[in-house]
Ligand binder design. Structure first.
Ligand code: SF4
Length: 354
């Protein structure tokens, strides 16, 4: 009902891509420290924070990018729509191929002119951020903010209030009039995040990027918000890229997962495969640290140390300082490319110990 195809989009940014994935991130490297001319700032060496990150998301799929704070997952997510601070952050390598439908050619969002990219933001790829209070305007009612979505959605045909009411009902709101007439400060964090989910889905995007959408919420409403996101995305066939540090959330909601550490993806696969037989020592550590997996808390393990600063990234394996299986080879040699798990076509990890 609301889709348009942007036929005016520059033809030179249509590129070759494989498969039917709605999004293919290929060898994406992001660095900080550039000036407004795109040159390294005087006296500074740009700091590369992500290194050849690659993954793809299929239509309707719930895909999780998981890792500790500082591992580069939010930088990766924000660079998809080029929302990183400018001019400091630059994509120095790689592509972000977005495919609107199975029969359309992919376009490279990393190179798309800003005017064309603005037509993708919100209407074709929407975002849900960590802090719903900051995502909404505090002096405008919820109704007005939801109606604003249609101003930027060329495919809207009318009947907006009916659509908004239907979506709010699907998001679990009972007293819809009260919600519509409220200002953000009159609703709880969980309600605001559900409003943000409705707002993101109103333009029927192909993909939603949800960056730690429950981190700022009370534990009691986190599950409710994620269930609403999963249910509403399922109904509309929208793919979700969930950014999280919580392996428990991944195991409950995601279809596939990529585990990220120090700017690199170290393991990918179907959630069931990764949880049942984690290949990389970092993934094993994350799973061993989930409290729900331990009836006796004394068996729960933590991973010692913390993610290194990009300035301190080592030549070899970046997890070496925290890994129990580390050998001399891990520190001195470049980690081998991803290897597949036996008997699985898409569960793979990169580590010397496989
Ligand atoms: S490459 Fe070596 S240090 Fe890195 S995770 Fe594997 S075993 Fe550990």
């Amino acid at each position: 009902m609301f889709r348009d195809c942007h036929p005016e989009r520059s033809a030179q940014h249509v590129v070759e891509g494989s498969g039917n994935a709605v999004l293919q991130v290929q060898n994406l490297s992001v660095a900080f420290g550039f000036d407004k001319n795109g040159k390294p700032r005087e006296g500074m060496k740009p700091l590369q924070v992500t290194d050849k990150v690659s993954f793809e998301i299929n239509p309707g799929e719930f895909f999780a990018l998981v890792g500790e704070s500082g591992c580069g997952k939010s930088v990766t997510a924000m660079s998809i729509l080029r929302l990183l601070p400018q001019p400091s952050a630059q994509i120095v390598e790689g592509s972000v191929l977005y495919k609107e439908s199975s029969d359309s050619a992919p376009i490279d969002l990393a190179k798309l002119p800003l005017a064309d990219l603005r037509k993708v933001r919100g209407s074709e790829i929407a975002c849900i951020f960590q802090e719903p209070m900051q995502a909404l305007n505090p002096v405008v009612t919820i109704k007005k903010q939801l109606m604003e979505v249609f101003k930027f959605c060329k495919r809207s045909k009318g009947g907006f209030m009916t659509v908004i009411r239907e979506q709010l009902a699907l998001a679990g709101f009972k007293d819809i009039d009260r919600v519509l007439n409220s200002y953000p400060h009159e609703l709880s964090g969980g309600m605001l995040q559900r409003v943000c989910i409705v707002m993101a889905l109103l333009s029927k995007p192909k993909l939603i990027i949800a960056d730690e959408p429950t981190t700022a919420l009370d534990v009691t409403v986190q599950a409710q918000v994620l269930a609403v996101l999963k249910d509403m995305a399922n109904r509309t066939g929208t793919a979700v890229l969930l950014i999280t540090h919580n392996m428990g959330i991944v195991s409950q909601y995601a279809d596939r997962v990529a585990v990220m550490y120090a700017g690199r993806i170290v393991e990918t696969g179907a959630v069931r495969d990764v949880i049942d037989a984690p290949m990389h020592p970092y993934t094993q550590g994350l799973l061993a640290a989930i409290p729900e997996n331990h009836s006796d808390m004394r068996t729960m393990k933590s991973i010692p140390g913390s993610v290194p600063h990009p300035r301190d990234f080592a030549k070899g394996c970046r997890f070496a300082d925290r890994c129990e299986k580390c050998t001399e080879q891990c520190r001195s040699e470049v980690v081998p490319p991803k290897q597949k798990a036996s008997g699985s076509s898409n569960h793979e990890a990169c580590c010397f110990c496989l």
